[in-house]
Design a protein around this ligand. Structure first.
Ligand code: CP
Ligand code: NVA
Length: 294
């Protein structure tokens, strides 16, 4: 059984092949129009989504697969029936479950109890498909991944953690700059060995700056405390200029005037829409890897 539950699931070689496949699918989408004909995908989202939902749904359709989207009326995991029952029933009908959940343990349980491929479409710990699209975007902009210097500024969260793991595997040199107490999970810091600091001086000489919301879905934070803690870490024109970064990245949705200014988000260095577009091509490559027997 092949899954994408965390960024640790695939080897460096598999990741490179996947990014290559995404680039090929992006260049010649029509060649893959029937690649997954007859396959079926169920999507369960416990939290809102624009990019992930649209790209997984459209991506499957553009490969010739059927898709069923379960909203929270019909897909409320663990409410009408346990997570394991969802997994076992869906496994009778579909080839793949795409799940966005509050807890990573829910995704792991879907994989454990079901008998079909499970794809993590974001959990509290990881956002692997986002990080894959980000790696493709970095590659397109810098012509390489090895040695590219990527700074993540802001809240150490699911997006940060996935970026750290994939960066480590693919040779991107990351530095993570967060306020004290907002660092990414200790096990991921240890596994990747990247520098984590609260000192913005670490931004000097980076190629790209990445940020994300200061309040992730499911977080329960005091808004005033959030502003006080994070405002010095806002990505603005001065920060971009001082660092020398050539690219600005964000997984979106972005909160203008909070983690990033409008000027940077909509400025010439911003590659956020390239990242969003690449979500589609990467989701297709993920489906092909998991569902197409070569
Ligand atoms: N970046 C991202 O995952 O966006 P959505 O929450 O809209 O899917
Ligand atoms: N860290 C954010 C990412 C949204 C795509 C969240 O989990 O809400």
């Amino acid at each position: 059984m092949k899954h994408l539950l965390t960024d640790f699931d695939w080897t460096e070689g598999e990741l490179k092949a996947l990014l290559q496949k995404a680039a090929t699918v992006k260049a010649k989408p029509a060649d893959y129009a029937q690649a997954l004909a007859g396959k079926s995908v169920a999507m369960i989202f416990e939290k809102p989504s624009l990019r992930t939902r649209v790209t997984f749904e459209l991506g499957a359709q553009q490969l010739g697969a059927f898709v069923v989207y379960l909203d929270q009326n019909h897909g409320a995991l663990g409410k009408r029936e346990p997570v394991g029952d969802f997994a076992q029933n869906l496994s009778c009908w579909v080839d793949c479950i795409v799940a966005r959940t509050f807890s990573q343990t829910t995704i792991d349980e879907l994989a454990d109890k079901g008998s079909v491929s499970v794809i993590n479409a974001l959990s509290d710990r990881y956002h692997p498909c986002q990080a894959l699209a980000d790696m493709l975007s970095l590659y397109e902009v810098f012509g390489k991944l090895e040695g590219v210097k990527l700074a993540y500024v802001g809240d150490g969260n699911n997006v940060t953690q996935s970026l750290m793991i994939l960066s480590k595997l693919l040779g991107v040199e990351m530095v993570i700059i967060t306020p004290k107490g907002c660092e990414p999970a200790a096990d991921i810091v240890e596994a990747t060995g990247f520098t984590v600091t609260d000192d913005l001086a670490a931004l000097e000489g980076v190629d790209a700056i990445y940020t994300d919301t200061w309040v992730s879905m499911g977080d329960d934070k005091d808004p005033e405390e959030v502003l006080r803690t994070f405002l010095p870490y806002q990505v603005n024109s001065e920060m971009m200029k001082k660092s020398g970064a050539k690219a600005f990245m964000h997984c979106l949705p972005a909160y203008r005037g909070k983690e990033v200014t409008t000027e940077v988000l909509e400025g010439p260095q911003s590659i956020v829409l390239r990242q969003a577009e690449n979500r589609l091509h990467v989701q297709k490559a993920v489906y092909l890897k998991l569902l197409k027997e070569d």
